[in-house]
Design a binder for this molecule. Structure first.
Ligand code: NAD
Length: 437
């Protein structure tokens, strides 16, 4: 099939490259010409494991190309995916749909043949109706079916998630559109990925409900972690103890500094706005958002407590800055709130991240960026593990201890056994557990 992917970001680029890998003929479109120029020169605009090889292979096979010319890509396509950003609207937390609607207008003007227009971007319930209205208004003669197909891939594991999804949600009640979507996804359901057909509005809501549920799980275990610290229990064991119950499941039960990233914060907020508009309050999600916001800043206080309550003039090294490992995405990363809280308290902050420093630099203007975790730790009063990149999972703790001004090690991801940290001559602070000594 001929596919046009509008928006070549984390989702559009991965989806486009994977579709081409399955044999479809894909053109990825972006209005950012520097991104397209980079891709044409073989340079990836984002860090995602395996992406460069996947793109290279399919460009070489003549199945994948890049352009800023939306009209040309759309004119040829049988399936047009909208994968543009839907950030939080400034001021009120509603999803900002301006990119989706702008792309829709451009698509409508360029339609030359019957096609499915598929929203892959995360969009509030009813957006598909509006996309359809814009197309009818702009191009009354065009034959187009509007389908919702939310994306569930995780950055850092995006290719594997796209190729082996737990399910593919398709929101359409029109048989021709359903048939075209089956054709698009045929190679995937040979991998046994179930296609779940629902109404368009239901598909749109499934994405938000899924993200809100996962955010709730994370926030739940984080609050349990706080209670563990008060009562002398171990949150790692609590997680294991409840996660082994199949009804609960072990995923998303790792206590830490709070969820961040480009999806959970904005999607939980947007869901609350939809609920508010329909006077159907989602009180659990309201609490999740509040608790998580408070938690990110509370992590700053936790670090200051490790320093004996005074951070002014102290040097603190943060290891891992992105919102999770294996991505360079800094959007809404917990490290941003932690840096702010520490700098507000008068601390000097250093940072190290294997892939995220380029994106972090403009967001953290007063942070001193270092070339290695050891350089960051040199003369520091505390080292804080914020994001559990593989290269930060086996640090030479003795080397850290020797080079630091004060031996405080704060492990916000519970990666290191407290005994190992203490044995290296460091003081240990974790999340929701006590040192057994
Ligand atoms: P992104 O910001 O990385 O990419 C969006 C791209 O769209 C940008 O390159 C931008 O230049 C381009 N764009 C905007 N308007 C355009 C237009 N009119 N024509 C052509 N290109 C245009 O965003 P992302 O992280 O890929 O997210 C895209 C959507 O997918 C969002 O709705 C997001 O919520 C959803 N989503 C993201 C993830 C994720 O892990 N990032 C996962 C699932 C769903």
């Amino acid at each position: 099939m001929r596919i046009a992917m509008i928006g070549t970001g984390y989702v559009g680029l991965v989806s486009g490259a994977c579709f081409s890998d399955f044999g479809h003929d894909v053109v990825c479109v972006d209005k950012d010409d520097s991104k397209i120029a980079a891709l044409e020169g073989g340079v990836m605009p984002i860090f995602e494991p395996g992406l460069a090889q996947l793109v290279e292979r399919n460009v070489r096979g003549d199945r994948l190309s890049f352009t800023t010319d939306l009209a040309a890509a759309v004119a040829e396509a049988e399936a047009i995916f909208i994968a543009v950003g839907t950030p939080s609207r400034r001021g009120d937390g509603h999803a900002d749909l301006s990119h989706v609607f702008a792309a829709t207008r451009e698509i409508a003007e360029a339609l030359k043949r019957p096609a499915v227009v598929v929203t892959k971007s995360t969009v509030p319930v009813g957006t598909g109706d509006e996309v359809e209205r814009i197309i009818r208004e702009t191009a009354p003669q065009a034959k187009a079916w509007v389908v919702s197909n939310p994306e569930f891939l995780r950055e850092g594991a995006a290719i594997e998630d796209f190729k082996r999804p737990d399910r593919i949600v398709l929101g359409t009640e029109e048989e021709e559109a359903a048939e075209m979507m089956r054709e698009v996804y045929r190679p995937l359901y040979l991998n046994r990925a179930p296609l779940l057909f629902t109404s368009r509005r239901t598909a749109e809501l499934i994405k938000y409900a899924a993200n809100a549920f996962l955010a709730t799980k994370i926030t739940f275990i984080n609050e349990i972690a706080d209670l563990c610290e008060c009562v002398g229990a171990d949150v790692q064991d609590v997680s294991r103890g409840i996660g082994l119950d199949n009804r609960i499941g072990s995923k998303f039960l790792h206590a830490g500094p709070g969820y961040g990233g480009s999806c959970f914060p904005k999607d939980t907020l947007a869901l609350l706005k939809t609920a508010e508009d329909h006077q159907a309050p989602l009180r659990i999600v309201e609490s999740v958002v509040k608790v998580n916001d408070a938690r990110k800043r509370a992590m700053g206080r936790k670090i200051i407590q490790a320093l004996g309550g005074e951070a002014r003039g102290r040097t603190i090294a943060l290891l891992g800055l992105t919102f999770k490992p294996n991505t360079d995405d800094m959007r809404d990363a917990p490290s941003l709130s932690i840096v702010q809280a520490l700098q507000d308290a008068g601390a000097k902050v250093r940072g190290y991240d294997p892939e995220g420093m380029e994106q972090a630099r403009p967001l953290m203007p007063d942070v001193e960026f270092c070339d290695s975790p050891y350089q960051a730790a040199e003369g520091a009063d505390a080292v804080v593990l914020v994001t559990e990149w593989d290269v930060l999972r086996a640090l030479d703790l003795q080397r850290l201890a020797i080079s630091m001004a004060q031996p405080n090690f704060v492990d916000l991801r519970n990666v290191y056994p407290p005994e190992d940290v203490l044995a290296a001559g460091l003081k240990w602070y974790g999340v929701g557990r006590m040192a057994r000594s």
